[in-house]
Ligand binder design. Structure first.
Ligand code: HEC
Ligand code: HEC
Ligand code: HEC
Ligand code: HEC
Ligand code: HEC
Length: 378
């Protein structure tokens, strides 16, 4: 009897932990978006899936108290953790959908605060916000209309949920900013700030990071395209994003100048662990010359020395490329006809110096990644 009871408890516990996985239902009808999402950083933003986040959390003073405040942005779908019912532990949500489909699609508005912004979610069940310019303002509930005495039925909307196309935050990209705008530490020092420039340019967070690509967004009807959901700088969308960074070369009296134009409305690689870099080499008939690479970074610290984000109270250096900035780098090296200049702009996910301090050796994290490249023949 006792054995049966234990077995029963184990089985129901397993079912429960899976039943709370919200994305599984979406997979049935939105398979393409679901599989892209699996590769996105939003599916891997917990310490159980992101080795960089884990390495920093392992050193964080709040870890001793198991007070995982990072959950607000890194694992908002672990509802029991957010509400204080449980402490951080490995579970199916942490591993599969720390920022679930619902976590984004139920964001009703963003509350602005100096420390961190806050997402306000709708309390309505199965009610999702989305954007479609041709249906802007509409609110669609599932409807089945029968005609010819019930022989034909016509449906509109989704048979599983309501859709609200009237939330402006899904059109201007502000729905991303509950998590992505800025973050201050306990000393009111800004650890990370995207310094977003609100401007009239047509591109938004959503149009650049979730561009429309081939494939239907739902398997109940054939829409030609869907919004890309595999958001990540680690893997697949490098080619989708590199076009927003333009490299060019101008010859000058002393040599030449390379320009990096950042078309994004935010500082490039604002996360303080990143290091972006410009690499230039000159190919001549018989030899290649690699010029000194140029770093773009923000170093935060205390008493003039680099420090961890929770200790830092000042900025020691900031050479990051700002929103819409055209950064020029001059080289006093005359070029000759027949030379080819190879320009590469890319980044280290974690600045090699910081990686060493954090004990991160994973090659995926420590290698230099080229974001965009250009060859100019003189
Ligand atoms: C039973 C099938 C079904 C399930 C399950 C389902 N959806 Fe849908 N969904 C649809 C259909 C059909 C549409 C298209 C409705 C239309 O175009 O009128 C849709 C549309 C949407 C849209 C808006 C698309 C647009 O036009 O911009 C979003 C967002 C969405 N679903 C999210 C989800 C999420 C998140 C889940 C999981 C919690 C989910 N759906 C589960 C069938 C489903
Ligand atoms: C206000 C929301 C927010 C909170 C709270 C937050 N983060 Fe983050 N964190 C982000 C966002 C957004 C990113 C992605 C930034 C980017 O890529 O530019 C990120 C990225 C990171 C990264 C880099 C990850 C990588 O793979 O390169 C680390 C490390 C990190 N956070 C650690 C933490 C820790 C530790 C805590 C809690 C002590 C925390 N964060 C709390 C929003 C937040
Ligand atoms: C609920 C909070 C949340 C929302 C909403 C959110 N993000 Fe994120 N996002 C994160 C966190 C946390 C990370 C960092 C994950 C990590 O590296 O561990 C991240 C990572 C990213 C990254 C990748 C960084 C990398 O290291 O690969 C991009 C790009 C990004 N988000 C863009 C967006 C865009 C665009 C939107 C709006 C459509 C958005 N995010 C909405 C929390 C959020
Ligand atoms: C004009 C296109 C464009 C727009 C608009 C844009 N981005 Fe980006 N974003 C980029 C490019 C290009 C990069 C750098 C390439 C990469 O991440 O691989 C980038 C990088 C990022 C990263 C990763 C930074 C890191 O260090 O991990 C995050 C997070 C991000 N953007 C969020 C946003 C958010 C939030 C918005 C809206 C305020 C936004 N982006 C608007 C083009 C854009
Ligand atoms: C980081 C936030 C975020 C996450 C996570 C997310 N979505 Fe979306 N989704 C959006 C935004 C923003 C749009 C609007 C895109 C646009 O305007 O083109 C969107 C659009 C959609 C659409 C309409 C598609 C289209 O092509 O216009 C569907 C359907 C959808 N999402 C389903 C899902 C499902 C299913 C998941 C989970 C597997 C998911 N979303 C996860 C932010 C998110």
């Amino acid at each position: 009897m006792k054995l049966w009871l234990t077995l029963f408890l184990i089985i129901t516990a397993t079912i429960q932990s899976y039943a709370t996985l919200e994305n599984i239902t979406c997979k049935k009808c939105h398979p393409i978006i679901f599989s892209e999402y699996q590769h996105s950083m939003h599916a891997k933003s917990s310490i159980f899936k992101d080795p960089v986040h884990k390495a920093v959390w392992d050193k964080h003073p709040d870890k001793a108290k198991n007070n995982y405040k990072c959950a607000k942005c890194h694992t908002p779908s672990d509802h029991d953790l957010i509400s204080g019912k449980t402490k951080l532990s490995k579970n199916a949500i942490q591993e599969n959908e720390p920022i679930s489909c619902q976590a984004c699609h139920t964001i009703e508005s963003i509350e602005k605060h100096t420390k961190i912004n806050k997402n306000k979610f709708t309390q309505k069940k199965k009610y999702f916000f989305s954007a479609d310019k041709t249906r802007k303002g509409e609110k669609i509930t599932f409807e089945e209309k029968s005609s010819y005495f019930g022989l034909m039925t016509k449906t509109s909307g989704s048979p599983y949920h309501d859709i609200d196309y009237s939330n402006k935050n899904f059109y201007n990209g502000n729905m991303c900013l509950g998590c992505h705008d800025h973050k201050q530490n306990g000393k009111n020092f800004s650890v990370c700030d995207m310094q977003i420039k609100n401007d009239d340019s047509k591109e938004t967070c959503i149009s650049c990071h979730m561009p429309k690509i081939q494939g239907s967004f739902v398997n109940l009807k054939n829409t030609k395209t869907h919004a890309f959901h595999g958001i990540s700088i680690h893997t697949m969308n490098i080619s989708l994003l590199s076009k927003h960074i333009k490299l060019s070369l101008h010859q000058t009296t002393k040599g030449f100048e390379v320009s990096i134009e950042n078309k994004a409305n935010h500082t490039l690689f604002a996360q303080p662990l990143r290091l972006s870099q410009l690499r230039v080499s000159i190919e001549k008939e018989d030899k290649n010359t690699h010029l000194e690479s140029k770093n773009f970074m923000r170093i935060i610290g205390k008493n003039g020395k680099p420090a961890m984000p929770w200790v830092a109270d000042s900025e020691l250096k900031n050479t990051l490329i700002k929103a819409h900035e055209i950064r020029k780098v001059a080289y006093d090296i005359p070029l000759e006809k027949g030379d080819t200049v190879v320009i590469e702009f890319g980044y280290y996910l974690v600045n090699p110096k910081a990686a060493k301090k954090l004990g991160i050796t994973d090659e995926h994290v420590t290698e230099f990644k080229v974001l965009t490249k250009k060859r100019v023949e003189i």
